[in-house]
Design a protein around this ligand. Structure first.
Ligand SMILES: [Zn+2]
Ligand SMILES: [Zn+2]
Length: 454
């Protein structure tokens, strides 16, 4: 998920979009956010100049209206981008303003963006696995409203988090998600609902490729469903993308379990936490535990060509003059250029190695901090497990089943031995240490924040 951002569409449309401005602005004026008064931080790289057609961008702000997302994307040299279509943390938002919609189309045309490379991000409140009928209805209404916004904006993809089991048996939760999708597909005409993989902790759905596969298998119209791989979430859930060979293995696993044809988008984030830690903490590219080599594999993988690739890396920086923390969009502008530079680069070259080393050293302290947290947690859990005589998971479990079960589904396990039936088999053994007891993190259905990203 994107980094937390204060500006939300509804905040700006509801609070500062009163008629004063609208009466005098034409659509093209309305489309200019403040940032476009400045020189762009980077220009967009022509895709034809890259060795492979890789559309790299970031999750940018749409404050002031959806039409502003386009100049904001231009500002940092984004060839693809993500945005929120309305407030991501509120249940109600004003309807899409027709003038904003028109300005959006105008801007798309003026700047030659393709509707295929825009990936709106769904609300954090929506849980399509919700069992409570009233809450499920509220979630559905919010979800389908976003899909309708996509369709009036001509946007073809819609990325969302699959949700939480809420303690219910996993197969049931997966079925509920699929039926909500079926219903939403029937109520709309074309937009593809794109399921994002998650970091894999607690009751979260979507930590494993198997979860995705199961949901997709229960969706009637397969042309309306897809998957977005977030590199940080995948790594956090135990999928090792670090080396060219482990990257290849993960992609083979994805291909056999889900199918590469379902892959519609990527979120590009490094990870502050180590492999399989189940923690959703985004790091800047090359500074985390994934490292630059992983991203070299990503941007040179033929299966990712032409897909929107969206950065959600941290851009809060301390201004040395004021001492205040502010967003520095130059970070994204630079990361886009960095990733584009990796396309076709020889990973054995001195140029690559020195980039890799520089970026890695920048994240060293942060990695140590998170490694330490993970180690302590592990020790604590081990002590607890020893004390209560509770049994942890064993290496017998497959990678993610082990992680998912350990990650707080002990209740499920007791109630629902049936869950084993659902997902296709996974082959690999668990990266044992972290598989234990992450579940004790115990995050509630609505708790997606804390210090974690989303
Ligand atoms: Zn997300
Ligand atoms: Zn995340």
């Amino acid at each position: 998920m994107p980094p937390k951002r204060k500006s939300t569409i509804s905040a700006s449309t509801s609070k500062e979009a009163p008629a004063t401005k609208k009466t005098k602005t034409t659509t093209s004026k309305a489309s200019k956010p403040s940032s476009t008064h400045e020189m762009p931080l980077a220009s967009r790289t022509p895709i034809t100049s890259l060795a492979r057609p890789m559309y790299i961008g970031a999750h940018i702000s749409a404050a002031g209206g959806v039409q502003n997302s386009i100049p904001n994307a231009m500002h940092i040299g984004s060839n693809a981008f993500a945005l929120f279509l309305k407030s991501q943390r509120k249940w109600t938002s004003p309807p899409l303003d027709p003038s904003a919609r028109d300005a959006f189309h105008e801007n798309m045309k003026a700047h030659s963006y393709s509707y295929d490379h825009i990936l709106p991000h769904g609300s954090y409140l929506v849980n399509l696995a919700q069992a409570d009928p009233t809450k499920a209805e509220q979630a559905y209404a919010n979800f389908v409203d976003d899909l309708k916004r996509c369709e009036s904006l001509g946007i073809k993809l819609y990325n969302f988090h699959p949700g939480y089991t809420g303690g219910a048996p996993r197969p049931e939760a997966l079925s509920r998600i699929a039926s909500q999708l079926n219903r939403a597909h029937a109520a709309t005409s074309s937009v593809v609902t794109v399921i994002e993989n998650m970091a894999g902790h607690g009751n979260v759905v979507g930590g494993s490729f198997a979860d995705m596969a199961t949901i997709i298998s229960r969706v009637d119209d397969k042309s309306r469903v897809g998957v977005c791989i977030d590199t940080c979430h995948a790594f956090a859930a135990g999928y090792d993308l670090r080396t060219p060979s482990s990257f290849r293995e993960v992609m083979d696993e994805f291909s056999s379990e889900v199918g590469l044809g379902y892959l519609r988008a990527l979120h590009l984030n490094d990870s502050k936490a180590p492999l399989g830690a189940g923690r959703d903490v985004h790091a800047n590219i090359g500074a985390g535990f994934l490292g630059l080599r992983a991203f070299h594999s990503v941007v040179n993988f033929a299966g990712f060509e032409n897909l929107p690739m969206v950065l959600e890396t941290p851009i809060d920086r301390t201004n040395p003059a004021s001492g205040k923390t502010e967003e520095d969009k130059q970070v994204w502008a630079d990361e886009i250029k960095l990733l584009e530079k990796l396309v076709g680069m020889d990973a054995e070259s001195e140029e690559f190695k020195s980039l890799e080393e520089d970026l890695s050293s920048k994240g060293e302290k942060e990695r140590e901090k998170f490694q330490d947290q993970v180690d302590r947690k592990k020790e604590k859990d081990a002590r607890k497990a020893g004390g209560t005589g509770k049994k942890g998971t064993t290496g017998k479990q497959t990678k993610l089943a082990g992680m998912a079960a350990a990650a707080g589904e002990s209740k499920e396990k007791k109630k629902a031995p049936a869950k084993k039936a659902a997902p296709p088999a996974r082959k690999k053994a668990a990266p044992a240490p972290k598989a234990k007891k992450r579940g004790k993190r115990r995050r509630s259905d609505d708790d997606t924040s804390n210090e974690e990203d989303e």
